[in-house]
Write a protein that binds this ligand. Structure first.
Ligand SMILES: [Zn+2]
Length: 157
């Protein structure tokens, strides 16, 4: 699973934390900086038991934009690729966008297209589950950008 919602997927991580058959990776705003979910989502959470090594969190400082976001996602995708999944489920929140009022991250429209493209490069079937966003005026365009990246379409204008 690749979680690109701005907030760490604490519930999803908890479901798979001790499992060897699912890898969970997330890039998100640092929960230690006062953001949801506050108590999970830290970099040292790597899974437990047979799931040890199958969890990867990349918390980002408030104010982080495309460069830090895409670098973090590339790290997650590298570990997902090493895991060798048969498919990827994407937790596709678009609330890391610069205009979103519910996170301090600054991902651009282009950044969302590149987000999708990085995941597409894993070369396995993808199911994207839309987890929303909070800036309604840009939500649709950000979603189209991410889906365009995921499907190999050109970057929308
Ligand atoms: Zn969120």
């Amino acid at each position: 699973m690749v979680d690109v919602d701005a907030h760490h997927g604490n519930g999803t991580q908890a479901v798979f934390y001790d499992r060897a058959d699912v890898f969970y990776g997330s890039v998100h705003v640092d929960p230690g900086a006062g953001w949801f979910p506050h108590y999970l989502g830290f970099a040292d959470e790597r899974g437990t038991g047979t799931g040890a090594g199958h969890n990867r969190n990349v918390p980002l400082a408030p104010g982080s934009g495309d460069i830090a976001w895409l670098d973090g996602l590339a790290d997650v995708c590298a570990e997902v690729a090493a895991f060798g999944p048969g498919a990827v489920i994407v937790s596709l929140g678009v609330d890391a966008a610069a205009d979103d009022p519910e996170s301090p991250l600054r991902v651009s429209h282009d950044g969302y297209w590149r987000t999708g493209a990085l995941i597409r490069e894993l070369g396995v079937p993808v199911v994207a589950v839309h987890e929303g966003g909070y800036h309604l005026a840009t939500l649709g365009g950000l979603t189209v950008a991410a889906l365009a990246g995921l499907t190999g379409a050109r970057r929308p204008q």
